[in-house]
Write a protein that binds this ligand. Structure first.
Ligand SMILES: NC(=O)c1ccc[n+]([C@@H]2O[C@H](COP(=O)([O-])OP(=O)(O)OC[C@H]3O[C@@H](n4cnc5c(N)ncnc54)[C@H](OP(=O)(O)O)[C@@H]3O)[C@@H](O)[C@H]2O)c1
Length: 256
């Protein structure tokens, strides 16, 4: 990813969950090389220290969080331009009730809660007006699901929880995405990490490809060696959009 002030991410404040994981670290490095300022959201108590390609320490603010306690991030999120929801777990072959609960909570429900929180932080009480010339670009949330959303990943609970995440994003995007908030999806193929030690791609390659495609203004960011995903994912997204658009309504806001 080319460095510098020409990047659309230069000067933007970016927060990333799952920051100490393989992709989290590489996304932080890639955003740093674009000139973004960084907030690492992590469940780890270890200080996160990252070096740039030139060997200099990367300046970042580190903030702890826990699934179920997303609301504690409200204040922080109101000062973030781009939130990357990247955390995730893989229960592999485990199909126990505990694994089911954890997978749904971590992979789907906490991500959706963060999306809702960030969306409400992005809303301007004065109404939804497109940013004019000179106004800051709209805020963005990038949500990392997986091609496991639509294809087998030899991990049934992982597939189920990522599919749920993808479907909930499609459903809520009708009401949350707009002039104030852009939702981008990351649909990634297998890369090497704690979660998937035998992935074929490297996390650094994936992070750089994600930022390159985002800089090209893509909203559905697919990075995978599997050609089927490039065909199926847009089709699935389109079918969901038609179906959910036909059979769902915004509903009523409950009074504050
Ligand atoms: N690896 C692949 O093949 C692949 C393919 C497609 C998509 N993905 C997705 O990419 C994302 C990053 O995964 P990765 O491959 O980089 O795996 P990773 O190295 O295991 O990173 C995942 C990170 O998620 C955070 N996390 C773990 N348990 C958590 C919990 N209970 N609550 C909140 N956060 C938790 C941890 O970061 P902190 O300690 O900093 O909180 C962890 O390091 C995941 O959403 C994954 O599903 C991975």
């Amino acid at each position: 990813m080319s460095a510098g002030r020409s990047s659309p991410f230069a000067g933007r404040r970016v927060a990333i969950t799952g920051a100490s994981g393989s992709l989290g670290r590489e996304l932080l490095r890639a955003f740093h090389s674009c000139g973004a300022s960084l907030v690492a959201l992590t469940t780890s108590s270890e200080p996160l220290q990252l070096m740039s390609a030139s060997g200099d320490p990367i300046p970042l603010e580190q903030r702890s969080w826990r699934c179920g306690q997303e609301a504690e991030l409200s204040e922080l999120l109101s000062h973030i331009d781009i939130l990357v929801i990247n955390h995730g777990i893989n229960a592999h072959a485990d199909r126990s009730a505990a694994a089911l609960e954890r997978s749904l909570e971590v992979n789907a429900l906490s991500s959706i809660r963060l999306l809702e929180l960030f969306a409400s932080a992005a809303q301007d009480p004065n109404g939804s007006v497109k940013p004019g010339p000179g106004e800051p670009p709209r805020r963005e949330v990038w949500i990392n699901s997986s091609e496991a959303e639509i294809l087998p990943a030899v991990s049934p609970l992982y597939e189920i929880s990522k599919r749920l995440l993808g479907q909930l994003i499609s459903l809520r995007a009708f009401d949350l995405a707009g002039p104030k908030l852009r939702i981008r999806r990351l649909v990634l193929g297998p890369f090497r990490s704690n979660l998937n030690p035998i992935g074929v791609m490297g996390a650094a390659f994936v992070a750089q490809a994600v930022l390159r495609l985002a800089a090209w203004d893509w909203g559905l960011i697919i990075v995978t060696p599997n050609p089927l995903t490039y065909v199926l994912m847009p089709l699935v997204a389109l079918i969901r959009w038609i179906y959910m658009g036909l059979f769902s309504r915004p509903g009523h806001q409950s009074p504050a």
